[in-house]
Design a protein around this ligand. Sequence first.
Ligand SMILES: Nc1ncnc2c1ncn2[C@@H]1O[C@H](COP(=O)(O)OP(=O)(O)OP(=O)(O)O)[C@@H](O)[C@H]1O
Ligand SMILES: [Mg+2]
Length: 452
Amino acid sequence: MKTAKYNQQLISLDQYNREDYQKLFDDGKKGMLTCSVCGGPVRLYLGIKDKPHFYHRLSSKGDCSEQNEFSPSAPPSEEVEYIERNGFRIPKARSITAEAEKEEKFIFPREVKIPLPFNPLPPAKPGVKLNYLKQLKEAAIHFDGNQEKAVVSTDGPLLILAGAGSGKTRVLTARTAFMIEEKKIDPGSIMLVTFTAKAAAEMKKRIALYPGMSPAKVNQLIAGTFHSIFYRILCFHDRENWSSDKLMKKEWQREQILKEAGRKLQLDEKEFAYDLALQQIGLWKNTMIMPREVKPESPWEEKVALLYKDYEAAKDRQKLFDFDDMLLGCYKLFKEKPEILESYQNRFQYFLIDEFQDINKVQYELMKMLSDKHGNVCAVGDDDQSIYSFRGSDPAYLFNFKSDFKNIELILLNQNYRSPHEIVETANTLISANLTRHEKEMRLSFLVNARQ
Ligand SMILES: Nc1ncnc2c1ncn2[C@@H]1O[C@H](COP(=O)(O)OP(=O)(O)OP(=O)(O)O)[C@@H](O)[C@H]1O
Ligand SMILES: [Mg+2]
């Protein structure tokens, strides 16, 4: 017999992976195989005398005839033809180029999950009064209802919570163009922040493509990463202490200082993970925990805390600084010189921050300080996409935003414009297992000829 029941499934040896025969054999001995016809116990024959087959454990019982689900579709077994030659009976020759019988792996049936019915979000309301929105539409730049709301809500704190591919960056860039063109807001009063230089350049490129925008207008925007923007501010006020030749750009430069400190503590260079220690120090700095405030939670952290003290002292002696110092330095500058802070509060009236889930404490505090006067902060993020927790970023700031900024408007974008339905469904299933997250089930949207 070629078929049997195993784990309540009907299996056929023809379709079963040969590598798994041994397991079948063993499980047969444990009584886990039964006859697909009579239900009696069977075992798998694995020998050289015969082809593998199932047989009844009780030898007195013959094979049951295989009238089961596999039989009708099973390929007819090939009859071996013989010829007589010189008194010998030999099988008839067959071409060796004939295609070998493909051995297919048996796939257990899976429960089919019926995807959610597809309900596209309604398009933005017809009869838009705003000129610039019309121009965007004419340029084939469309928005769904929630996206449009996010584009035109320019004043006050706005939190846009959205999933991947839901048009977050598109909304931010269109909102910037809308503010400049429709609301006639001075581009020099808009700060547009993101986390990588590449993303910042991409945003500027997208903005320049919108109707009415010109490179001159885009260049007036203060757009960049937190580091680039705040470093410019620091340099402007204290060029001598923050000149770029004092920046430790490379990891090895920082490691060198750390290793010198480690030698004093007799830490073996080969055994102690200096790279991880540097990461830990970065995390403390970005969460604004100064060397004397560290509360080590393990013997390893105790050592790193000592290194942290020495690292900072050595840096100060040599008048060097690292990337994390730029943000802390700016924070210190604003705290120590409120008049400087005020001048920037007056200058920057609108803040737009992409990938807000990646913000860390010092960045968050800086944004809070700067926006304190006008309160026009638009934070766009997806707590499911946080990737920089190892250096202190925390999607909890997305949640804090709701309490730290008064009268916030919350807009959800849950329409995915980038990926096919299966990917969106699978991603939803996976991330729904996260314990702390904003609920924002993603839907799929279909689009044709979308423009950035
Ligand atoms: N309403 C819309 N109509 C047509 N295309 C859209 C719409 N909204 C967004 N898109 C397109 O969907 C794609 C994803 O948009 P975008 O990059 O802005 O998403 P995102 O939410 O910022 O993604 P990520 O999570 O990767 O940062 C882009 O190609 C964008 O042009
Ligand atoms: Mg984006």
